[in-house]
Design a protein around this ligand. Structure first.
Ligand SMILES: [Zn+2]
Length: 104
């Protein structure tokens, strides 16, 4: 299977779009810094703020389960997929083409 250009994927897909696809609803937004229930470990309270994400720098961090990373790693963590499979899955979910790495 050809490689996926993760870098291009991260450039093209904003964190906002990934959060949207995950049905994330922030409980608090301070500028680009959003907080809310963690979609990875599944916060029991919808008002939880353990999950912190920056929609400008596309990085997230959960104070509870310790998970952190970029938007692609978030998708992989929520769906418990390896990065390559997560990239394909994310593209499918957002109805977009996979940025394959073409080797000549
Ligand atoms: Zn968490």
């Amino acid at each position: 299977m050809p490689g996926v250009d993760f870098r291009q994927l991260r450039t093209e897909i904003p964190m906002r779009q990934v959060l949207d696809a995950l049905g994330f609803e922030p409980t608090r937004c301070t500028g680009a810094q959003w907080r809310g229930p963690c979609p990875i470990h599944g916060s029991s309270s919808p008002r939880s703020r353990s999950f912190s994400v920056n929609v400008d720098s596309h990085r997230y961090h959960c104070h509870r389960c310790g998970s952190q990373g970029n938007q692609l790693e978030l998708w992989a963590a929520v769906h418990q997929l390896p990065l390559h499979a997560a990239a394909l899955d994310l593209c499918r979910a957002l109805h977009r083409d996979v940025p394959w790495i073409h080797r000549w």
